[in-house]
Every structure is written in structure tokens, then in C-alpha cells.
Design a protein around this ligand. Structure first.
Ligand SMILES: [Cu+2]
Length: 128
């Protein structure tokens, strides 16, 4: 019964694929989503921040993570992802000297649960 065994294998593959799809859709609490950032999204700061710090909901791997800061034209002004051993959910980057204006912080991080989480947010440096 060759036909049947192929069918059941397909069914098994479909079941696994469905389970994966459900896993992706369902919010997994272990995902390291961004929970806090300094400067924060939509924040207006008076001076160029010396450090940009992001805190996630779970542990992140600094070696496989990247933070960048760009101007609104998409020009990358700085990047990095420094971890702190006693704060496994945090990543930071030295802030480049920023003139007044709007900036975009992008992050692509590897969570300790193996998922990649990416996103971006803006903040503004106010004119002096
Ligand atoms: Cu995850």
C-alpha cells in the first residue's frame, strides 16, 4: 500500500506545518520583545544621548544581535549591541553625536529562545 503510506506521510507533514503556523501566530511569552528603550519611542531629548539602551522581555544574545541608529533618510550613523552580563535582557549602543532632528533606532536581536525579533522606533533630538 504505497499510496497510503505517502498519504499519511503528507498528513503528518501537514500536521507539523500547521502546528508551527499556530505557534507563530500565538503570542509566545518567551519572545524577547522590546519592552523599554532609552531614549524611548517618540521621546524628545534635549541633548544627543550618550548611550542608547534597549530592554527586552527575555534574554538576548549580544553576539547575534544588532542595533543601529539612522537619520530619516536611512543613513546609518552608528551601530552596535553591547550586552551586560548581569542584565541578559539589555543591549546598548554608544550614541553618535546627533544634531537636532528625528532618528530611527533599528534592532534585530536573537532571543535566547532562538527567535529573531526585529523592529524600529523613532525619537527626536530637540533644537537647542
Ligand atoms: Cu521566542
Amino acid at each position: 500500500m504505497k499510496g497510503r503510506s505517502i498519504f499519511s506521510r503528507r498528513a503528518a507533514v501537514f500536521a507539523v506545518a500547521s502546528a508551527l503556523a499556530v505557534g507563530i501566530v500565538a503570542p509566545a511569552s518567551a519572545h524577547s520583545f522590546l519592552v523599554e528603550a532609552t531614549p524611548s519611542s517618540k521621546d524628545h531629548v534635549a541633548t544627543s544621548p550618550k548611550i542608547i539602551k534597549l530592554r527586552f522581555g527575555g534574554g538576548v544574545e549580544p553576539k547575534y544581535s544588532k542595533l543601529t541608529i539612522e537619520d530619516t533618510s536611512g543613513k546609518v550613523l552608528g551601530s552596535g549591541a553591547a550586552g551586560t552580563p548581569d542584565k541578559p535582557r539589555e543591549l546598548s549602543m554608544d550614541g553618535p553625536e546627533l544634531a537636532a532632528g528625528k532618528y530611527v533606532v533599528r534592532y534585530r536581536v536573537l532571543s535566547t529562545d532562538g527567535h529573531i525579533v526585529e523592529g524600529n522606533y523613532e525619537f527626536t533630538v530637540d533644537p537647542k
